[in-house]
Write a protein that binds this ligand. Structure first.
Ligand code: 6PG
Length: 477
């Protein structure tokens, strides 16, 4: 075969990825379960470059130059295993199979193991940026062997987004590392989206502003520290009018946020690792709350609010407070997400370069933002930084906003506006910086009812108090 790379699974994401490769001068083998889609891609977009269509998997594999590289872009799940099996059947040791879908990283670890035993490279790769990104430059997070990256990496870097000429693609780490990092990216995406939604709600209820006016405020924010794709599109969505009714689009959309699972996976994994990703967790639960239909019906108009009414006297000051609270909460969400990457990288021996992850998220992906430069810089300054928030830049940036953050969270509580991520992020901030935590009492309770033991602040060893006896202390070890 002579094709440089192949793509199988030609729904929108796969087609766009194939077209992106073709536009960069690669000869692209294309395949889809139903041949009609393959034909349509070549008919509609043949101008993009050179495509080599195949009807069967066997021909598809045969059309690839060695060592072969085949990219799978199908809906994550059991379908992926079937496609991998079909490809592997016709491949030879040294060939590379790339799964570019949103696979769960434990599946990627399992698949990588199985294919390695057959001498094949399996690359689980995160790809972010939606349909537009796939076509014009996504952020790409490939895992797998370093060896596979030597062959594959330059092509992926070519088609990825660029920021200041730097590709938004780098080698992430072995087996599941790429899909893991994509998963955390999505978790952070959930937190970021929920934070923007809370800011919108605060401005709407606090100022009585229209959706359109808030869209204008967001557009203004997009010129500063908060500059990001999600703020930009939120401004667009808020300014959009429903063509049917002429109402603000956000007012005609059912307020139940759906999810496909990557945020949930992030939280489940964080629980396993014991990493407090409160922002991502609260954002995921906020979606679940919005979809709790019978519960919302039972509560609506029934649960007393006992809330005050907003009385914003200085409109500009209030907008600025919300902006600062949003920025501070956002830093917390990222700091927590990077803690999760750190913990998983240590547990799995992935050796993930955190600064490099922030660098490849600067462009192409859904969470792309100006602020990611600051994260890269922080990890460059201090490669083993234990807490992103403790980097001097972020300490100062968040410190400047703490007073505003407290005003917003407290006023929201007084006036009955739910702010799960603003509020939990502030709680996290106060918790992580605390001199002493009431965890000492938890230890006392545990020792009381279950002899679970505790340590002392003033000496080595593990102790138990004889709570139901004479309350003397025993040293356990
Ligand atoms: C991306 C997105 C992409 C997808 C999410 C949506 O990085 O391009 O994250 O992967 O849009 O999976 O997730 P939900 O449907 O769970 O909101």
């Amino acid at each position: 075969g002579t094709a440089d790379i192949g793509v199988t699974g030609l729904a929108v994401m796969g087609s766009n990825l194939a077209r992106n490769f073709a536009r960069h001068g690669y000869k692209v083998a294309v395949h889809n379960r139903s041949y009609a889609k393959t034909e349509k891609l070549v008919a509609d977009h043949g101008d993009d470059g050179v495509f080599v269509p195949s009807e069967s998997v066997e021909d598809f594999v045969a059309s690839l130059s060695k060592p072969r590289v085949a990219v799978i872009m199908v809906k994550a799940g059991a379908g992926t295993d079937a496609v991998i099996d079909q490809l592997a059947e016709h491949m030879e040791p040294g060939d590379i199979i790339v799964d570019a879908g949103n696979a769960h990283f434990p599946d990627t670890i399992r698949r990588e193991n199985a294919l390695r035993e057959r001498g094949l490279h399996f690359v689980g790769s995160g790809v972010s940026g939606g349909e537009e990104g796939a076509l014009n430059g996504p952020s790409i997070m490939p895992g797998g062997t370093k060896e596979s990256y030597d062959r594959l990496g330059p092509m992926l870097e070519d088609i990825s987004a660029k920021v200041d000429g730097v590709p938004c693609c780098t080698y992430v780490g072995p087996d599941g590392a790429g899909h893991f990092v994509k998963m955390v990216h999505n978790g952070i995406e959930y937190a970021d989206m929920q934070l923007i939604a809370e800011a919108y709600d605060l401005l709407r209820q606090g100022l009585g502003a229209s959706a359109e006016e808030i869209g204008d405020i967001f557009a203004e924010w997009n010129k500063g520290d908060l500059e990001s794709f999600l703020i930009e599109i939120s401004a667009d969505v808020l300014r959009h009018k429903d063509p049917q009714t002429g109402k603000a689009f956000v007012d005609i959309v059912l307020d139940r946020a759906e999810q496909k699972g990557t945020g949930r996976w992030t939280v489940q994994n964080a629980l396993d690792l014991g990493v407090p990703v409160t922002g991502i967790a609260e954002a995921t639960f906020a979606r679940a709350l919005s979809g709790s239909v019978p519960q919302r019906e039972a509560a609506r108009g029934v649960l007393p609010a006992e809330a005050g009414t907003w009385n914003v006297t200085d409109r500009d000051a209030f907008v600025e407070d919300v902006r600062q609270a949003l920025y501070a909460s956002k830093v917390v969400a990222y700091s927590q997400g990077f803690d999760q990457i750190t913990a998983a990288s240590e547990e799995n021996g992935w050796g993930i370069d955190r600064g490099a992850m922030a660098r490849i998220w600067r462009g192409g992906c859904i969470i792309r933002a100006r602020f990611l430069n600051r994260i890269t810089e922080a990890y460059e300054r201090t490669p083993d930084l234990p807490l992103l928030l403790a980097d001097p830049y972020f300490t100062e940036a968040v410190g400047n906003g703490v007073a505003a953050w407290r005003r917003i969270v407290s006023q929201a509580a007084l006036n009955g506006v739910p702010t799960p991520v603003f509020a939990s992020s502030l709680s996290y901030y106060d918790g992580i910086r605390a001199e002493r935590l009431p965890a000492a009492l938890i230890q006392g309770q545990r020792d009381f009812f279950g002899a679970h033991t505790y340590q002392r602040v003033d000496g080595e060893g593990v102790f138990h108090t004889l709570w139901s006896g004479d309350r003397s202390e025993e040293k356990q070890s």
